[in-house]
Design a protein around this ligand. Sequence first.
Ligand SMILES: *Cc1c(COP(=O)(O)O)cnc(C)c1O
Length: 394
Amino acid sequence: MVILWMKKELEALDHASMERRLRIHIPIPESPGYVMHGGRALLDLSSNDYLGLAQHPAIIEAMRAALLKEGVGAGASRLVTGNRQPYAQLEKALAAWQNCDAALVFANGYIANVGVISALVGRGDVVFSDQLNHASIVDGIILSRAEHARYRHNDMEHLRALLHKFRDKRRKLIVTDAVFSMDGDQARLHDLIALKREFNALLMVDEAHSGGVYGPRGEGLTFALGVKNDVDIHMGTLSKSFGIYGAYVCGSETLIRWLMNKARPLIYSTALPPSLIAGAVQALKLIQTEHWRRKRLFAASEFFRSSLCEAGFNIGNGDSAIVPLVLGHNHKALQFSSALENEGIAAIAIRPPTVPEGTARIRFSLSAAHSLEELADAVTKICRLGLQLGVLES
Ligand SMILES: *Cc1c(COP(=O)(O)O)cnc(C)c1O
């Protein structure tokens, strides 16, 4: 049975170079930072495994041991009988790391944002959200039924105007990515904190791309900027720097108690496999102690960014491990990505609706797994293609 409207809309998507397709990438355990695709090893410049932990033997070992002890699945939600011992261990360690009362693990970052936002606000409330916030934040707001006040990216005057306009709403929540996932720039946290105070709002920060990366022990950007105590709800993932899967929320005892009672994805969904949680316990130890991973990541980011910038590419004004090469047309981004693949580099084209219309891009993301030699080679290839494809002027 062919569903005609679907077929037609898919053809239109394909025609606009917007159809997404799954491709298989096979990890190469002995070469972190590379993936196999089409029978070739490609330098992986699209992974969020910032610290290169996804193949770490100590994490694999911790997961194997827990698998043998705990079995493959938790069998029930955490509030029923699925709350196994590794959960308590991980949440205690997360709270200590984040220097806050308590932490709560969620199935993944998407679910954490949806669960937390819909637990905090509802009808009659308002959420102020940066235009470039992650889709999971947007979906959380929609599900919450609160008013969605979107402010222009990092535009504090616009945010202030919206805060003023909605000043009489019951609860007010400001939510932002700490590092924006497709642009790699930072939120203006100091300004957000001043506004949150002035208008008596809560502030939630999503550290998906900054947890593990910033701060002396990888605590996150709010830590690095010394504003951690001014943030009410701290969210991060176990899927990026941690190299595994899952997410955490940290905050006051009251907040965590509230979420345990009100966050529906936590209540109505099976707990993550305990082996995975045991892996995260081990990953957190590595994140806190192996500072060289952050140093390597920063060196890689700095080198890659400055090289592309000097070559004349438009890479925005971030300073993180996310380096967007904005190309505009979807077709151009796909063409660039496939040319990179021919050169042995996996760097995926990011198109709308993930990014605004007309800003299709290659989103490079760096990792502690990459050496400067590998990146220098990649930069040479990227520059050559930039000239060939008319992105750089010769
Ligand atoms: C990746 C990401 C998420 C989702 O995290 P997952 O654990 O992959 O579901 C949430 N917020 C931001 C900003 C992200 O980049």
